[in-house]
Write a protein that binds this ligand. Structure first.
Ligand code: PMP
Length: 406
């Protein structure tokens, strides 16, 4: 049974007023709120078992290690990885992509090619540009159409034996467009030996991830967008690849033996987890996985899709309102502008006065904004605790903003 009141009761932060109005939190693509069970897991770590992991013989260190490794196994199941040691803890998607682009440095040479798309977040653009600078490789960008749908015929055209990396998001944060990853991986496998990297920052919170079915080499996501604390994230990598590639950062935890003559590296996953990890955060990420699985992927998807459809239908009734990616297959996000109102933050400020939290601006996707020839959009993004009543308040707010600004 999907009981929205019961779900909302788990998020104490939602029960407050902002600017004298009940908070309507619709900035979930930036970061989601955290249920009490996640906060309790985090708090319990610091109040009961705080100790450094993996090195300690004492009881607290062993408890902390067990709990963090239990969380790793929960995440393994959550994304259907074959092995728990294919799950590497990071501090988020950005760190995951930078890590991958760094360890791939020696795999690329001059004139090799890296394929990304127009729909990417800056964190799936800039690390690849930096890799191009280091290696002389070239970036190729799959264009999109007016609806924010990738034009995959360009992927067919770009793919060749020169292609060494294909890195795309599963869901666009700026528009919510869902990319057909299985089709993309199949095309890529058929035409090249490229490493396939999926940015799952906006998909992991919304639908069931199966890295084996997706057939990707790497899958990265952020904990804080899926009900876990900030500073948590995951990099999944296929065993053979992670075993073959070099480490990223050097330091404690990632060595097997260290001397001035020669250092040998630890096995997976520790080879890629140098230094003291975010133990409390990683344990709480496991609690966030438990929360999602308790609610159920199907319930989450059905509810969020219904919210999106309801919001889109009502917003489109406002004259002069344009939704970017309106006709594309989308999840969790509606991104729009009002005709004649060039500055999206003006709309955002009026909404804030009504207690409605949305994001405005370029959403770290300037190429998408350039494509539509705009400076930014107003983006409302949904999580499992949002309600239809909150959408009504959003729509009322947008109408008010139109009256005030037009
Ligand atoms: N990729 C996408 C699609 C995102 O939405 C985000 C966060 N907005 C990122 C990458 C970067 O995630 P983080 O800031 O958590 O590292």
């Amino acid at each position: 049974m999907f009981d929205i009141h019961e779900i909302r009761s788990q998020f104490s932060i939602l029960n407050q007023e902002v600017n004298g109005k009940p908070l309507v939190y619709l900035d979930n693509a930036a970061t989601s709120q955290k249920p009490n069970s996640v906060l309790e897991a985090y708090n319990r770590y610091y109040t009961e078992i705080n100790a450094n992991v993996h090195r300690g013989i004492h009881t607290l260190s062993q408890l902390a290690t067990e709990e963090m490794e239990l969380s790793r196994r929960k995440i393994q199941k959550f994304i259907n990885a074959e092995h728990d040691f294919e799950v590497i803890f990071t501090k988020g998607t950005t760190e995951g992509i930078n890590l991958i682009s760094y360890i791939l440095t020696s795999e690329l040479k001059k004139d090799d090619e890296i394929i990304i798309s127009y729909l990417e977040h800056h964190s799936n653009i800039v690390p690849w540009q930096m890799l191009c600078e280091r290696t002389g490789a070239k970036l190729r960008v799959i264009p999109m159409d007016e609806n924010g749908v990738l034009q995959l015929e360009y992927l067919d055209e770009f793919l060749s034996e020169k292609t060494k990396v294909v890195s795309l998001n599963q869901v666009s944060n700026a528009l919510g467009v869902v990319n057909p990853i299985s089709e993309i991986t199949a095309k890529t496998r058929a035409a090249s030996d490229a490493y396939i990297i999926i940015d799952g920052a906006q998909s992991a919170p919304h639908f069931k991830i199966d890295v084996q079915t997706l057939d990707c080499d790497f899958f990265v996501f952020s904990g804080h967008k899926m009900y876990a604390p900030m500073g948590t994230g995951v990099l999944y990598g296929k065993r053979e690849i992670l075993e073959k590639l070099p480490p990223f950062q050097g330091g404690g935890e990632m060595i097997a033996t260290c001397s001035f003559d020669r250092t040998t590296y630890a096995g997976l996953p520790f080879k890629y987890e140098a230094g003291t990890p975010n133990v409390g955060g990683n344990i709480a990420l496991g609690a966030a996985v438990d929360f999602i699985e308790r609610v159920g992927h199907e319930n989450i998807q059905n509810h969020e899709n219904a919210l999106l459809e309801y919001a889109q239908r009502q917003l489109l009734e406002i004259e002069g309102l344009k939704i970017y990616g309106e006709k594309a297959n989308r999840t969790g996000v509606v991104s729009f502008n009002l005709e004649g109102i060039g500055i999206s933050s003006d709309v955002g400020m009026i909404l804030d006065k009504m207690g409605v939290a949305v994001r405005t601006g370029h959403h770290c996707t300037q190429p998408i904004m350039d494509f539509f020839d705009i400076a930014g959009t107003v983006r409302a993004s949904f999580a499992v605790y949002n309600t239809f009543n909150e959408i009504d308040i959003l729509v009322e707010g947008v109408k008010k903003a139109k009256r005030m600004l037009a």
